[in-house]
Design a protein around this ligand. Structure first.
Ligand SMILES: [Zn+2]
Length: 131
């Protein structure tokens, strides 16, 4: 399984095409993201952090990399809700709003990350690309 998913984006400062790349990766069961700008007018900037990228970056990721969803059999509802509350820090009300079997939508790496965490808790989970 590929560890990284990378997309090419425009420079976040001047908008020049394909001058930045952004990636998500899973390192020791932690979700991470990074962005590297190598723009001929703005220079080089690198950022990285754990967790989900900022909403505006995440949007680009979904746009270029596609939206994926996590498929969980409803029979795993209880252990899965424990997993997702833990890793996303959801409140009880937020967890109660999750619908099965399509329990989460996000980037490919985010969904793969949840599959790994689910598997570690004995929950069968699948990744599916949305049309
Ligand atoms: Zn630039």
């Amino acid at each position: 399984m590929a560890i990284n998913q990378t997309i090419q984006t425009a420079c976040p400062f001047c908008g020049k095409k394909n001058m930045a790349s952004m990636g998500q990766s899973i390192v020791s069961l932690r979700l991470r993201w990074y962005r590297t700008t190598a723009c001929t007018s703005c220079g080089n900037i690198e950022e990285d952090d754990s967790g989900f990228p900022e909403p505006k970056y995440r949007e680009q990721f979904l746009e270029v990399g596609g939206t994926w969803r996590l498929v969980i059999d409803p029979k795993f509802k209880v252990p899965f809700l424990k997993v997702i509350r833990n890793c996303l820090g959801l409140s009880l009300a937020e967890a109660a709003a999750i619908r099965f079997p399509h329990a989460f939508m996000g980037t490919k790496k985010e969904v793969e990350w949840l599959v790994l965490l689910s598997a570690a808790a004995g929950v069968d989970a699948k990744v599916e690309q949305m049309k």
